[in-house]
Ligand binder design. Structure first.
Ligand code: SF4
Length: 694
């Protein structure tokens, strides 16, 4: 068959014409229960009294309500909590199989101290007292040597929950400014817009109440934002007749199943598309009159943008025709409540400043469905702690670190160009990992302090579901801890007390529960009883947004060059966990064989690209980028844009359980961090690449 780029578009549009007919079926709780019974390491409880305990899944910010089914006091399965305001009774595959994190083979069951070469996996058990003594001695030494900044900390979340706030207080009182966490598109946008308007704000998007959605590469049914709540919202759009336009270089599930219209676009060129749309809306005078007060110095900004924007350039950069850009602009401008959503894939890549400004400019121009509101009151602790730094900056500071304290994070896996980064981390004299799983960072640690899994502990989170307001959520401990583990919050408090001085003063509580009560104050009883409180969104920000920098920053070069003529982009899926937490065994079991063939990862390419390179379906190939190389297999699909390679994320683990370890390669190894000059966030998402036969 002679396949051309037109074939790619035709196939894509045909498939995308299908719509999301029914709410996506997540009957995974039952399936997982069946699978769970088949793993040899899962304890099969004797007959006993059946019960169900309500709690929350703590694996991501969605905080879905769960029912933990128990036989006597042994948990046997997890189900969605019917009627829960956040999960609505649904669960994603990771949440449905979360029980496997408590009993699985990667679980760390007691404190461990390194006994062999770093990374060799040689550890010996150590008592809790001895482990904490070791850590306290190091903490005190850094402080008495006047080198508090030689302590660096890493968390996997920088949200406004109590655990990150405790770490911020610890580091502030201790005197270290080196606390790191990864950013997402949303947290980066909130941080950027907060500094732009001069006080803390959130991006408030009432997605349930809009009539047109422009998704700028968001994997809306692949785990974007708050995954389960988002899938429910997308289902609701279908029922309400909300139009969904989705831009993507790949026929993703969002493009094929959810979107009314899929708009294939060259990777990374969304800013060009939106700039073209804005110019067209301005030229046609189709903007909302309110835009003149939302955007600073509106007339000058609009005049400059119209003068400098040629639709032909936008069409050339994006691969989208001028007439299509015009139609999209008209549809957006004439909708009653349109909203442009941004954050590529699962939304965990921060965007460049110029991209954020451009996308929000489109929202400000046409509707109030996406606006900045003052951040709500998250709790009683008003004094700021040490601010989180972007995680990628840890690699540059690593040489000055004496002690790295990692709390439920896995920087050895998640940091980009991670082979090089792992080397820098492994040169740090003392690494402590507080984790429930034997991940890559734990494997290189000197000390592993095992912590309770989500269902074994109390905790809180701030969730940003698709409605206008965030929610404060709380989860009680659904089951007793299975092993000799502790709550990470209790460990932070114990360490603060042992270090003494200002640090002990900043964290005076004797348990995580006491800290939670102090933080939530008058809301504590309600939060503990109901498990979730919808927070009152603050007033809308009335300060006009200064958009002059929108054009001043150079957009990414869409030309991939000669040495690396292809573009590598990540492919996200709900069946592959790509954060600190790796796949559960159940998730690995349901990965398609077009993604993993035994231990080989398959990357997606268009048959046109394959023909040019002389590659056949499933053949091995050498994938190279400017920072790394790996052997992969190719999966030929008309749903991938010619010239683009789609690489599934979430694989290439060297630790964790035997079901995921050693399978595929990690996307992070093939791309380098790219720091935004304004925000300092790492905005790298795609890379130049080449592919050749082996
Ligand atoms: S969406 Fe998040 S909170 Fe909900 S089940 Fe999945 S991992 Fe858990």
């Amino acid at each position: 068959m002679n396949l051309t780029r037109r074939c790619f578009l035709a196939v894509g549009m045909g498939a995308a014409a299908g719509t999301l007919g029914t709410p996506l079926p997540w009957k995974l709780a039952d399936d997982t229960a069946i699978w769970t019974q088949n793993w040899p390491w899962t304890p099969v409880p004797a007959d006993g009294a059946a019960s169900r305990v309500a709690a929350r899944c703590l694996l991501c910010a969605n905080g879905c309500g769960i029912h933990v089914r128990c036989m006597d006091d042994r948990p046997i399965s997890i189900e969605g909590l019917p009627g829960d305001p956040l999960g609505g009774g649904g669960l994603c595959p990771q949440g449905a199989s979360t029980l496997q994190l408590s009993y699985g083979p990667a679980r760390v069951v007691k404190p461990l101290k390194r006994s062999g070469e770093r990374g060799s996996g040689a550890f010996v058990p150590v008592s809790w007292n001895a482990a904490l003594d070791l850590m306290v001695k190091r903490l005190k030494k850094c402080q008495t040597d006047g080198r508090a900044n030689a302590l660096a900390g890493v968390m996997n979340r920088s949200d406004n929950g109590t655990l990150p706030a405790m770490m911020q207080r610890f580091f502030h009182a201790y005197g270290s400014t080196h606390l790191y966490a990864p950013e997402t598109a949303d947290t980066a946008a909130a941080a950027f817009f907060s500094s732009a308007v001069g006080h803390p704000v959130i991006l408030s998007r009432d997605m349930a109440d809009c009539d047109l959605v422009l998704s700028l590469g968001c994997g809306l049914v692949e785990g974007w934002g708050t995954p389960v709540a988002m899938i429910r919202t997308v289902s609701g759009w279908k029922d309400a007749g909300t139009q969904l336009f989705h831009t993507d270089s790949r026929l993703s599930n969002t493009a094929a199943q959810a979107a009314g219209k899929w708009i294939p676009i060259r990777p990374g060129s969304e800013k060009n598309l939106v700039t073209g749309m804005i110019a067209e809306i301005l030229r046609q005078n189709r903007f909302s009159p309110a835009a003149m007060t939302r955007i600073r110095d509106f007339r000058t900004w609009a005049g400059t943008l119209v003068r400098n924007t040629d639709l032909a350039d936008a069409a050339a950069a994006t691969g989208i025709s001028e007439s299509r850009i015009r139609k999209l602009a008209a549809a957006f401008a004439t909708a009653k409540k349109p909203v442009a959503l941004f954050g590529r894939g699962q939304g965990d890549y921060p965007l460049r400043t110029d991209e954020m400004l451009t996308f929000q400019a489109l929202n400000l121009l046409c509707s109030g469905a996406s606006k900045l509101t003052a951040a709500p009151d998250y709790g009683a602790w008003k004094r700021p702690g040490t601010l989180f730094r972007p995680l990628h900056q840890l690699a540059d500071h690593a040489a000055d670190v004496d002690m790295l304290w990692v709390v439920e994070a896995n920087p050895a896996y998640t940091l980009k160009a991670s082979a090089r980064t792992r080397k820098r981390l492994s040169d740090i004299p003392f690494i402590v990992s507080m984790t429930s799983q034997m991940d890559e960072t734990a494997l290189m640690a000197d000390l592993i302090l095992p912590v309770h899994t989500g269902i074994e502990r109390i905790d809180d989170r701030v969730a940003f579901p698709p409605g206008p307001s965030p929610w404060m959520t709380f989860s009680p401990a659904a089951v007793r801890p299975v092993y000799n583990t502790r709550h990470p919050g209790d460990l932070i408090l114990a360490l603060a007390a042992a270090v003494g001085g200002k640090t002990a003063f900043a964290l005076p509580w004797n348990s995580m529960e006491a800290a939670l009560k102090a933080r939530h104050g008058k809301n504590w009883q309600t939060l503990a009883r109901h498990g979730a409180i919808e927070m009152t969104a603050g007033p809308s920000v009335t300060t006009p947004l200064d958009l002059r920098d929108m054009a001043a920053i150079t957009a990414a070069d869409p030309d991939p060059g000669d040495d690396y003529p292809l573009t590598l982009v990540p492919v996200d899926s709900l069946c592959a966990a790509n954060d600190s937490q790796a796949n559960t065994p159940f998730m690995t079991k349901i990965v398609s064989d077009s993604v993993l063939k035994k231990r080989d990862l398959l990357v997606e390419i268009n048959p046109v690209t394959a023909k040019r390179l002389g590659l056949g379906d499933c053949e091995q190939a050498r994938l190279e980028t400017p920072v790394g190389a790996a052997t992969v297999r190719v999966h030929l699909t008309d749903g991938m844009m010619p010239g683009v390679i789609g690489m599934p994320r979430g694989f290439g683990h060297q630790a964790q359980d035997p079901y995921i370890s050693g399978k595929g390669i990690s996307y992070h190894m093939l791309i380098a961090a790219a720091e935004d000059t304004v925000t300092g966030f790492d905005t790298a998402w795609m890379s130049r690449a080449r592919l050749s036969r082996v």
